[in-house]
Design a protein around this ligand. Structure first.
Ligand SMILES: Nc1ncnc2c1ncn2[C@@H]1O[C@H](COP(=O)(O)OP(=O)(O)O)[C@@H](O)[C@H]1O
Ligand SMILES: [Mg+2]
Length: 258
């Protein structure tokens, strides 16, 4: 068979996760099974504390599952895979003494890419995230949305196959968040990355995702995997988006502890 877009790039098999704390064992994730297709935009949506960030960290190789396995392109995850995976967090943590381009180049510098080449690569991704002309600005001179764009450019610059994004827009105002979401879709379409995205915004999930993994409350497990067959860009008032938001909320409200 030809490897097409339906090829599985990340596989999570029978994963459980416990944390051993001073107050006992905390069962965070239970029986998690998931297949992420290459080039999909898959979103984790679920109640706070259900283990979304933990699952993302396990996919990245930073945290080990208690039981079960995770595979990236059929190779078991045993530790970080910076060749395949880059992460974007809620807080962009940029180096304050470096300019925008200096920050985007950083990962390439560590990899020993020569100066001219890394400049070119960094410039390409700065242009892609819409920060042309801001190359020489310092992080403190940028808005929150612009700093998050730098973080996205920095993640893309090392040319990973997979982008893991943990509530990347959570600290932004609603308008910046909407705009950045739309830009992320454009970037995702253009680069052909596989994105696993965590959010607690039902609207964001409905606007961006090709698949939504709905989690139960802790111990989290995937309650339902929703395939979203709607073209991008989507708008908030579109009938199908409104319907999807309602559908998600009906499923999710059962999981919220009152
Ligand atoms: N290293 C850790 N040690 C102990 N408990 C942890 C650790 N990491 C996360 N937790 C706990 O696991 C649960 C799930 O956390 P998390 O994955 O961050 O949830 P989510 O991202 O869905 O809000 C929370 O109760 C959190 O406090
Ligand atoms: Mg989290």
């Amino acid at each position: 068979m030809m490897s097409g877009d339906s090829e599985v790039i990340i596989k999570v098999r029978e994963v459980n996760k416990y944390f051993f704390t001073s107050s006992g064992v905390l069962e965070v994730l239970k029986n998690v099974n998931l297949e992420v297709r290459r080039k999909s935009f898959l979103t984790f949506l679920g109640p706070s504390g259900c283990g979304k960030s933990t699952l993302l960290s396990m996919i990245s190789g930073l945290v080990k599952p208690s039981d079960g396995e995770i595979y990236i392109e059929n190779i078991k995850v045993e530790g970080p895979r910076p060749d395949k995976i880059a992460m974007v967090f809620q807080d962009p943590v940029l180096l304050p003494w470096r300019t925008v381009i200096g920050n985007v180049e950083f990962g390439l510098e560590i990899r020993g890419i020569p100066k001219k080449e890394r400049r070119d690569i960094a410039q390409k991704y700065i242009d892609l995230v819409g920060l042309s002309k801001f190359e020489d600005y310092y992080p403190t001179q940028l808005s929150g949305g612009m700093r998050q764009r730098v973080a996205i450019a920095r993640a893309l610059a090392v040319e990973p196959e997979i982008l893991l994004m943990d509530e990347p827009f959570a600290n932004l105002d609603e308008q910046s968040r909407l705009l950045l979401g739309m830009d992320l879709i454009r970037i995702w379409e253009k680069t052909g990355k596989t994105i696993v995205f965590v959010t607690h915004s039902i609207q964001e999930a409905a606007l961006l995702s090709t698949e939504i993994a709905l989690f139960t409350r802790r111990p989290g497990t995937i309650k339902e995997l929703i395939r979203v067959d709607m073209r991008h860009p989507r708008s908030i008032e579109e009938e199908n988006v409104v319907k999807l938001r309602k559908y998600i909320w009906d499923k999710l409200r059962e999981e919220i502890i009152r």
